[in-house]
Design a protein around this ligand. Structure first.
Ligand SMILES: [Mg+2]
Length: 410
């Protein structure tokens, strides 16, 4: 079997998920389809970030003609290079779109940024394709499942009316009523009514006091058994992050996410040493970056994203590496339905999985652009079936409705 095409299409529509009281923005998704000469195709999702579609076009130029079963080899070649000779049909020199291919060595050898994000989406489509070819669910390609369903944790950022106690109660109680048992708030969006200097990486006592008050309302509403997490979005200096974590101790939070800018594992290790709450990091990390943070004792919980870490098999590698250090793995999720289902396949096949993030519960089209033989969520989980590959098909009416201007449906 050979890869004959790698195509993308952009979906675009409204986004109702609010941050810090803001609502009413828009959201884009890049959908990927990998075709083969056997008539079998795979579907993937990529984040619509700058450079991603260029990198996918590059992959098309380089990997058409390649055996789609060589999933790990293709990812490795893209991210880490190989020595020549390369496969016979790889294009060299100037490719369509005036993208220059590296004439020797590797296509890119760039294991971060748009190359890594593009590679993640194409890998997802290849894994779907191989599962369909072998007539087995993707989780069986990853070693088989430990569980039948993956727990979803709902990211709510904050309610629109952050100063009103009832808004916090309503958001908490609606999440629990919908069947979820874990949720997350964004620290930096919880008290924008007391925001100080936005540049100096501090958090004021006024903000801290409001955050404690609002999270206490949530804890009292949900009771002692509900898992609550908070995300700092890499916004704070180490001193203030430690102060904040220590004040939040009585709320018994599951994790304190990305407290400091993630380029310095030593600062994060400093926070971790004094934080009473487990430190969770890594939503944009590759496997190599997790290794660095674990070696610097800078994290308690790993948090890769299937759209950013290199794809499903790379995420499985990260899970195993964490497992060898007796560290749990949560999964960041900024993706739509396809990314959530792909991550769930990895989640059920990873021993140390604890929760998969989903953002877009208020924005139906992002969860509806693919269909399968089960609802996306039931009782706060993604339940996986024995359908081959990722077990999804494009929902054509939804894709047509939200196709971005100038785009063509696959
Ligand atoms: Mg985060």
């Amino acid at each position: 079997m050979k890869i004959t095409d790698i195509r993308t299409m952009k979906l675009w529509g409204p986004l109702l998920h609010g941050q810090g009281g803001e609502t009413g923005s828009s959201f884009s998704k890049t959908i990927i389809r990998v075709d083969t000469d056997a008539g079998i195709y795979g579907l993937g999702e990529a984040e619509h970030f700058m450079g991603v579609r260029d990198a996918i076009a590059y992959m098309k130029g380089y990997f058409v003609g390649r055996d789609p079963f060589e999933v790990n080899a293709i990812v490795s070649e893209m991210l880490f290079a190989t020595l020549p000779p390369h496969h016979a049909e790889a294009r060299h020199g100037l490719m369509p779109g005036n993208i220059r291919a590296c004439p020797t060595s590797s296509p890119t050898a760039t294991p971060w940024g748009p190359v890594l994000w593009a590679c993640s989406g194409v890998e997802m489509a290849l894994t779907d394709l191989v599962g369909k070819a072998l007539k087995t669910p993707a989780y069986n390609l990853l070693g088989g499942k430990f569980r039948d369903k993956a727990r979803i944790y709902l990211d709510r950022s904050s309610p629109a009316e952050i100063t009103k106690p009832d808004a916090w109660k309503k958001m908490a109680s609606e999440t629990a009523a919908a069947g979820f048992t874990q949720m997350k708030f964004d620290i930096d969006h919880m008290a924008t009514d007391a925001q100080g200097d936005v540049w100096n990486h501090t958090i004021s006592l006024a903000q801290i006091n409001r955050i404690v008050k609002r999270l206490t309302i949530v804890r009292e509403c949900l009771g002692p058994d509900f898992e609550i997490c908070v995300d700092c979005h890499m916004q704070y200096n180490a001193t203030d992050a430690i102060r904040l974590a220590q004040v939040l101790e009585p709320l018994n939070l599951l994790w304190f996410e990305d407290p400091t800018p993630i380029v310095n594992p030593d600062s994060c290790a400093e926070v971790r040493a004094k934080s009473p709450i487990a430190i969770c990091v890594g939503e944009m990390f590759s496997a190599e970056q997790f290794r660095i943070f674990i070696e610097h004792k800078a994290c308690d919980i790993l948090h890769p994203d299937v759209l950013f870490c290199g794809g499903m098999h790379e995420m499985r590698r990260i899970a195993d590496y964490a497992e060898l250090h007796y560290l749990p793995m949560a999964m960041h999720g900024n993706g739509g339905a396809l990314a959530a289902i792909a991550a769930a396949h990895v989640a059920v096949a990873s021993r140390n999985f604890i929760g998969l993030e989903y953002h877009f519960i208020e924005t139906a089209w992002i969860g509806d652009y693919v269909t399968r033989d089960a609802p996306l969520f039931k009782d706060g989980h993604v339940h996986l079936t024995d359908a081959p590959g990722l077990g999804v098909e494009l929902n054509e009416p939804i894709c047509k409705k939200y196709l971005a201007p100038g785009e063509s449906l696959f």
